[in-house]
Design a protein around this ligand. Sequence first.
Ligand code: ATP
Ligand code: MG
Ligand code: MG
Ligand code: MG
Length: 567
Amino acid sequence: MRASRFFISTLKEAPSDAEIVSHQLMMRAGMIKRLGSGIYTYMPTGLRIIRKVENIIREEMNKAGAIELLMPLVQPAELWQETGRWDKMGPELMRVKDRHGREFAIQPTSEEVVTDVVRSELKSYRQLPINFYHIQTKFRDERRPRFGLMRGREFTMKDAYSFDRDVEGMQKSYATMFEAYTKIFTRFGLKFRAVAADNGAIGGTGSHEFHVIASTGEDALVYCPTSSYAANIEAAEALASGERAAPTQELTKTSTPGKTKCEAVAELLDIPLQHHVKSIALTVEAEGKKTYFLLLLRADHELNEIKVNKVPGLKEFRFSTEAEIGEAYGTVPGYLGPINTKLPVTVVADRTVANMADFVCGANEADYHYVGANWGRDCAEPLVADLRNVVEGDPSPDGKGVLAIERGIEVGHVFQLGTAYSEAMGATFLDEAGKPAPLQMGCYGIGVTRILGAAIEQNFDDKGIVWPDAIAPFELVLCPMGLDRSEMVREHTEQLYADLQAAGIDVIVDDRGLRPGAMFADWELIGVPHRIVIGERGLKEGNLEYQGRRDEAATSVPVDGMVAFIK
Ligand code: ATP
Ligand code: MG
Ligand code: MG
Ligand code: MG
């Protein structure tokens, strides 16, 4: 590839809505472009990474015996009604109507469609086991799309579905997929961990999540460094107490010190400061005292506008076990006097609030009600650490050591489904005796586009992204110095470009004619793992300069030995 014929568009600053490093860097590196909430165009550089991720997945799935097909994005409601998921899925399932008024789902996954394929195509036990997969766009109307590709609404997933004649077969198919996933994430060059995602009561192999390890991850993972025990925090808690532990009564969240009241509250609720948002009901704890009240939140009048304000529409919200909103007025001294926001502000909410559907904030203008304010599920996840019964140093359930905790990003998930879908949809096969029996099913997802965000969260520095070779948009960049001035540089660049390509290296030559500083900054931001600088001075001594993306300094390498050095 020649940079002059490719599209590179980098930014010095990330847009202000990009909250985490991976989102900021992907925006700055020109890999994605926002079209709407949770909806992105994959720009050419980003798409190259996606394709590499997909290719590795495809190769390993094929090797593991899975068969690729492609199921539709738009799926008839009737199929979803058969399994009951049309009703069960709630607002996350995107529904559309055609011109005849018929309803459709935009697929969040494809269990129904694949089960439909299998029930009509598969007749005999002789065709089993079988595993179908596709790499396809998904749509989930996430309550809070955020962090760029990490939690998009439209995203790409690889989803596979295995069908077996019995439980033993299903477990074998599951083990095969588990192994394939291990190979896939190893090939990506990422640090990852597979964790049990169920409580382990019956063998503990019903479901596993694959997590990319990153301190910024949304999920807490519990593992034993001296044994193979690993589980997500929910599963670990369930095991620790025999069953799912009752959550503690309250969630607590504390803001960063030194903010204005408005800023602090907006941070706590994870909402943007908005001029139109007028009121939010809260329980606030400051200087050891807890008060319940409604507050008026106006970004344009920050300090004094935060005060108790009776908003009739909010009465129905129960905000604490101790007081309803109505009662709460009585407990509040009129305004938010005692809170010195130089100190962090802590919000305490009842768990039932955290689990509630969207909480709508009052607004002083029609259509400006803010619906995202809820420290519900999404917000509760980072707080799980506050709730857990499992702590570092606890004995491992397998008795082989003590537990450690780290954070991860869920990039893959494998499930043993059993016969839930096949029974609901009448997907059977005929056994040797000619008797129909329901198919045993497993399903296996990988968040293709989320991998990009997760890889960056794990691999970046102050200059930008550091891609592992296998999924880098380009493996190597050639940076010629003074291409327009020096015939010698031009010739060597062309020769090396051809030689590297012939050696199977995914190389881009930067022939844009930029000054070295700007050129290097672009490729460091984009995260190309290897760089060769071709300059006249070095060439006169027979050398080129090589620098790995993580190297402190460049290394001189003889021109003749460069391809071998790279390989
Ligand atoms: P999460 O817990 O993050 O909401 P999930 O458990 O709902 O994910 P699954 O149904 O297990 O997701 O889907 C399989 C994989 O698809 C996930 O492991 C994840 O990598 C990816 N994925 C799920 N939701 C999203 C999303 N909104 N944006 C990007 N990738 C996603
Ligand atoms: Mg989800
Ligand atoms: Mg999950
Ligand atoms: Mg999952």
